[in-house]
Design a protein around this ligand. Structure first.
Ligand SMILES: C[S@@+](CC[C@H](N)C(=O)[O-])C[C@H]1O[C@@H](n2cnc3c(N)ncnc32)[C@H](O)[C@@H]1O
Length: 233
């Protein structure tokens, strides 16, 4: 048990997975899916509660017309955003963009814990009484082809290399409205996996800092692993 605990600690602390979720083999997951039409990771998230709180507080205060989460995994955070939107009676158009298990290209992805399924997530959100959301399939770099309205609020939590975050934020800048908010996850140096991303190639931390220096984004605040940026024109 101690060996299992030690081996799975990075997944449990890094991704917020429970021991049963990790212990479940791919075969057991398939059986679970067949019986329940669901998946054991549905609505799991690796965000710390404080990070979720900051995201929801910033979202509600901004009251955006269009919210885009890029990199949604099993929609643990997206579900909370929909709930916060409905609780505050906001009319925000909420869009979740991920590669899901549909666009598999290992070269564009630092994510290592399996692929979410769009249909399962959509059904699970509806079963929880949530509606009025869009689940889009594609790469972060395709956001401009998929979304034609100006975006007022982005939560970026997709590919965490330096190059990918820098490219995504540069591509998103013209798609966003003046004063729009951009929250970037894993953009720190202090906690894992940010420490590893930073050591590898500078990661989201350096990408965010370099972009802030270029003057197109203002760093509003930073908590745990979440950078809160405001778009400057
Ligand atoms: C860390 S998870 C997202 C966690 C989620 N935001 C949450 O709060 O629970 C990263 C997700 O990004 C997706 N992803 C990785 N690279 C991507 C890319 N280039 N474009 C779109 N999605 C990507 C992966 O499929 C994965 O579901």
């Amino acid at each position: 048990m101690k060996i299992f605990n030690d081996l799975t600690r990075p997944l449990r602390t890094g991704l917020g997975l429970t021991r049963p979720q990790i212990a479940m083999s791919p075969v057991k997951r398939r059986i679970w899916k067949w019986f329940t039409g669901s998946h054991p990771l549905v609505f799991s998230t690796d965000l710390y509660p404080q990070e979720t709180e900051l995201l929801l507080k910033t979202f509600t205060a901004a009251n955006p017309t269009t919210y885009l989460e890029i990199g949604v995994f099993w929609c643990g955070t997206f579900k909370k955003v929909l709930q916060a939107r409905d609780a505050a009676n906001l009319k925000t158009r909420c869009i979740a963009l991920d590669v899901w298990d549909e666009v598999l290209d290992a070269t564009v992805n630092t994510h290592v814990s399996g692929w979410p399924n769009r249909k399962i997530v959509g059904c699970a959100l509806e079963k929880n009484g949530l509606g009025n959301f869009e689940l889009l399939a594609g790469l972060s770099s395709q956001a401009g082809d998929l979304i034609h309205d100006k975006i007022d609020f982005v939560f970026h939590d997709a590919n965490h290399t330096y190059a990918a975050v820098k490219e995504d934020l540069e591509l998103l800048h013209p798609l966003m409205s003046d004063g729009a908010m951009m929250l970037v996850h894993n953009a720190g140096k202090e906690y894992e996996p940010d420490k590893t991303y930073f050591k590898t190639d500078g990661g989201p931390y350096l990408a965010v800092m370099d972009l802030v220096k270029l003057g197109k984004w203002k760093l509003e605040t930073f908590e745990y692993r979440l950078a809160v940026l405001k778009r400057l024109s």
